[in-house]
Design a protein around this ligand. Sequence first.
Ligand code: 4NP
Length: 156
Amino acid sequence: MKILMVCLGNICRSPLAEGIMRSKLPDSFFVDSAGTIDMHKGSNPDKRSVKTAAKYGIDISKQCSRPITTEDLNHFDKIYCMDLSNFENVISLAQNEEQRSKISLLMEAADLNHASGEVPDPYWSELDGFEKVYHQLDEACEKIAQKLLISKTQNS
Ligand code: 4NP
C-alpha cells in the first residue's frame, strides 16, 4: 500500500503528515509527500514543522520537497490532500476514474469534520499554528491508519 500526502508547498503540512503517518504504520506501507507547486523543490521542510515533529519524537528533517507528478496518480494507492484547493489541483491531474478514486481530503477520509474538513495552512502563523496542525494531523492519521490496518487484515 502506497500513500501520498499532498499540500501546496510540501514544506509545512504534508511533510508532517508523512512523518506522522509513517510512525503509525508498519514498513510494508510506503508513505511519501508532495506539493502542488514546485516553488520549494529540493528544500527540506520548514523549520517550524521540523521542530514540532521533533517535539513528538518524529524526525522529518531529511525530507525533500517535490511537486506532484501525473505518474504519482498511477503509483500511489491513496492520495490524501490537506485542503480543498490542493484537492482540486490534484483532481485536475487525474486522467481516469481509477485515478480520481484514489484522491481524497485527508479530514474526510478520516471521518473528521472539524476545521471545515481542511488542514489549515500554517505557513503565515507562529509556532502555535504548527502545533495545532500537528494535533489535527495526528488525529486524522490515527483514524486512517486504523482503517488501513483493518482492511489489510481483512484482505490477507
Ligand atoms: P504547505 O505550506 O502547503 O503546508 O507546505 C505552504 C508552504 C509555502 C507556501 C505556502 C504554504 N508559499 O506560499 O510559499
